[in-house]
Write a protein that binds this ligand. Structure first.
Ligand SMILES: [Fe+2]
Ligand SMILES: [Fe+2]
Length: 386
């Protein structure tokens, strides 16, 4: 390549460079001093000399979360054609059109892209008004949670170390934004009033948003995501709610994030055992317990026993927390047994002919693929999501 060089004054250039070097030493020296005195200093946790964020490149996190999220990226327009989303590329639209053309009449009918009125008719055909209210109560509880997940993951983006972990959290921010806006349209399609956050969920979500650092990662990516995974797994087989499979897959990646991150940046002995951290974590878990009672009536309408659901979700979350080293003031297996006993006692006192059973051993996740995904997340094997 031949460039036509521009004439410059070397002395002026050298003077400018000297000025910049002096200023560079001054501003960085000032920020180092302020940082050492804990009075501020450089705000960005970025190392421009190494060209990476503090904590290093973190290629493993990047591959397991950022790359995988992009590989599995889904679009509202393709998955919920009745929605107002127009987010497919021209190529994706062409692929969808070609796939439809290649089908016979019967297949085309099955894959027909429903308009919003047709989708509403489908929901009216499949569910009574009371069942629609119950579905909206459960889905909007998660929908409000998605708003918090969006805010919390954006906060966490500034708090995790390494370039790979920041790339992973960036994808989580994008996915939570998508979950919030897509789920909002799905909930509105039911055409019944949308309830506010319950007091229990309000307390839970606010405490997670106000938590710091790794407490926030526990509150969101273990506790809240674990509950969301349970709800999506329990509902994704229902007519009109097939899109929840994709939410379930995204949330499984989010619940896998703490273990992958802590594999690179361990909590350390004090981080795991500090009594104040244990109490703070318990403070986040506590409102989730009355939330199970709050959802009892609506889940029952959908054929789901809230206490089987709650106990099994708490068992799964407990496994994840235990493996990550997010301990609580009492041993997690003891907490699961205590809740199992409390839920059983409540059911025995309030339901006719109730017999005690192992509620936490239940599994309310219905779909075969969703169960396989959860085995990968909660099972004993590695959490590496290749
Ligand atoms: Fe989400
Ligand atoms: Fe999530």
């Amino acid at each position: 390549m031949e460039f036509e060089k521009v004439a410059v004054n070397p002395r002026a250039i050298a003077a400018g460079q000297r000025l910049e070097q002096t200023l560079n030493r001054l501003v960085r020296g000032r920020d180092r001093l302020l940082g050492a005195l804990r009075l501020g200093g450089r705000r960005a946790d970025y190392d421009d000399l190494a060209y990476t964020f503090h904590g290093g490149p973190g290629e493993g996190m990047r591959r397991r979360h950022y790359d995988k999220s992009l590989r599995l990226l889904w679009k509202g327009e393709a998955e919920a054609p009745w929605s107002s989303f127009h987010d497919c590329t021209r190529l994706e639209q062409q692929v969808m059109d070609h796939a439809l053309q290649g089908m016979d009449e019967e297949q085309r009918d099955a894959h027909r892209r429903l308009s919003l009125p047709e989708f509403r008719q489908l929901l009216d055909r499949e569910y009574t008004r009371r069942e629609k209210q119950a579905l909206v109560a459960v889905l909007s509880a998660i929908g409000h949670g998605e708003a918090y997940a969006w805010l919390v993951s954006a906060d966490l983006l500034g708090q995790v170390k390494s370039t790979g972990a920041k790339a992973a959290l960036t994808m989580q921010v994008l996915e939570e934004a998508k979950h919030f806006v897509v789920l909002r349209e799905l909930v509105h399609a039911f055409d019944v009033p949308v309830p506010r956050l319950s007091a229990w969920e309000y307390m839970l979500m606010e405490s997670v948003l106000k938590a710091d650092g790794m407490d926030k990662l526990f509150g969101m990516n273990v506790l809240v995501e674990g509950i969301a995974l349970g709800v999506f797994g329990a509902l994704s087989h229902l007519p009109g709610l097939e899109i929840l499979r994709l939410f379930h897959l995204d949330e499984s990646r989010h619940t896998g994030l703490p273990l992958n991150y802590l594999g690179e940046f361990p909590l350390g002995f004090w981080g795991r055992h500090d009594p104040r951290s244990r109490v703070r974590r318990m403070g986040m878990v506590a409102p989730a317990i009355p939330l199970v009672f709050h959802l009892e009536e609506d889940l029952a309408e959908l054929g789901i026993d809230a206490f089987e659901f709650g106990a099994s979700v708490i068992r799964k979350i407990g496994q994840l927390a235990q493996r990550a080293g997010f301990f609580l003031p009492i041993p997690i297996p003891a907490l699961v047994r205590l809740l199992d006993l409390s839920f059983n006692s409540y059911c025995w006192a309030t339901r006719p002919d109730y017999t005690f059973r192992d509620l936490s051993r239940a599994d309310c996740t219905r779909g075969r693929r969703e169960r396989a995904v959860e085995r990968e997340v909660f099972g004993d094997g590695s959490l590496a999501v290749a």
